[in-house]
Design a protein around this ligand. Structure first.
Ligand code: MG
Length: 389
């Protein structure tokens, strides 16, 4: 008898952080009564805790698949979309129909304009859980179902230097290099002058052979970004990420056309169509799909389209409890065009206690989870932070 999806459950994981995401509050930034703060530079809202939404699919055969998406803001909205709109599409279906289920769920809301945001996050969570089930049914790790394992380990770049003082950040950078990491990304939203000063300090700290990347958090117009990047030319950046607002595709293309520094984008995309408009415009040469937004189905469609455009795929990694991270590593293991995967130490190591499954990042690369499907599942500790939605 084949497995079909019999039950769908959503949980919010809300885990405390010792330090705010992206570091301490800057002047003018405050925490509101609901536990949110807004970064002035990129005007983006963040919660003070690490929040994530996980889904549990149970089949008629008693097999369990795990999925995860963003739960940073209004996670109950994502759960409501899963229960109200997507569950009827997924219940009773064969998990191996995951591509069709993704398309059927997407079609429900297309003409209403819900082709991003919470709705696509909700589909992503279900999609990851369906693929996890497929691996468990087949008795194979996920990468085997996605085309095969090209990489034994996944090269990683260090994302962010979490220390308030520049001297401490540079000491941290040197310690990562000593541990075997070959690339570091700066991502503290700040003024152009402060960015130049920080990049110069980092190049001085790590020497000429370490890659330096810069996340500009969608802060600039195309010409502004090019002007800044011209001033950063002496420091040989490996890529600049998100220099322009996500809606400003022509601005991004301007940067790609007028700067010698490769442009990376994509952490906020949900679908292959988000990627297509940028790749068609040659607005970026590195795409950064975020598994928590795309799910496995769209992650792979984005990666294949990028490869068809001779672009690189450097997956994004952010706040989650480790389930979509495992999915991202499994998918990344299949990619020919992978230079590295993002690694955010302050999130990754906290997650080590929230999931079961051997995943490590040391010596400059990740190990892959082992076992069938994603190779990870929630630990007993995760349930200390979880509530049913
Ligand atoms: Mg970013």
């Amino acid at each position: 008898m084949s497995d079909t999806v019999e039950r769908i459950e959503c949980f919010l994981v809300d885990a405390p952080r010792e330090e705010l995401y992206l570091g301490r509050l800057l002047p003018g930034e405050t925490i509101d009564e609901r536990g949110y703060f807004v970064r002035k530079a990129n005007r983006t809202i963040y919660p003070v805790t690490d929040r994530s939404l996980i889904v549990k699919l149970t089949t008629n055969e008693g097999r369990i698949g795990w999925g995860e998406t963003y739960g940073l803001v209004a996670p109950a909205a994502t759960a409501a979309l899963i229960y109200d709109a997507i569950s009827p599409v997924a219940l009773g279906r064969d998990p191996f129909d995951n591509g069709i289920i993704w398309e059927d769920a997407y079609d429900l809301m297309r003409v209403r304009g819900y082709n991003g945001g919470h709705y696509l996050d909700a589909i992503a969570a279900i999609d990851i859980a369906l693929w996890d089930l497929c691996g468990k049914i087949a008795g194979l790790p996920l990468h085997k179902l996605l085309g095969g394992q090209r990489h034994e380990r996944i090269p990683a770049y260090v994302s962010g230097l979490a220390a308030p003082a520049q001297d401490d950040r540079m000491a941290l950078a040197r310690s990562w290099v000593e541990k075997g990491f070959k690339a570091i990304k700066l991502h503290i939203p700040q003024t152009p002058d402060a960015i130049i000063q920080e990049v110069a300090a980092l190049r001085d700290a790590v020497g000429p052979d370490i890659g330096i990347m810069l996340d500009l958090h969608w802060m600039f117009t195309g010409p502004e970004a090019v002007s800044l990047l011209d001033q950063l030319a002496p420091y040989a950046l490996s890529f600049v990420e998100a220099p322009c607002k996500t809606e400003d595709v022509s601005g991004l293309a301007w940067v790609a056309d007028h700067s010698r520094i490769p442009v990376a984008a994509g952490e906020e995309w949900r679908t292959v169509w988000d990627a297509k408009s940028r790749l068609d415009a040659r607005a970026c040469s590195i795409v950064q799909p975020e598994m928590g937004h795309t799910g496995i189905t769209q992650f792979m469609r984005i990666a294949r389209l990028a490869e068809a455009h001779h672009a690189r795929v450097a997956p994004h990694a952010t706040i989650g409890c480790g389930i979509f991270m495992a999915a991202s590593l499994q998918a990344s293991a299949t990619l020919l065009s992978l230079p590295y995967h993002e690694y955010q130490p302050t999130i990754f190591h906290r997650n080590a206690g929230l999931i079961e499954g051997v995943v490590e990042c040391d010596g400059g690369s990740y190990t892959l989870p082992t076992g069938a499907g994603l190779g990870v599942q929630p630990s007993a500790k995760l349930w200390d932070y979880a509530t049913a939605l």
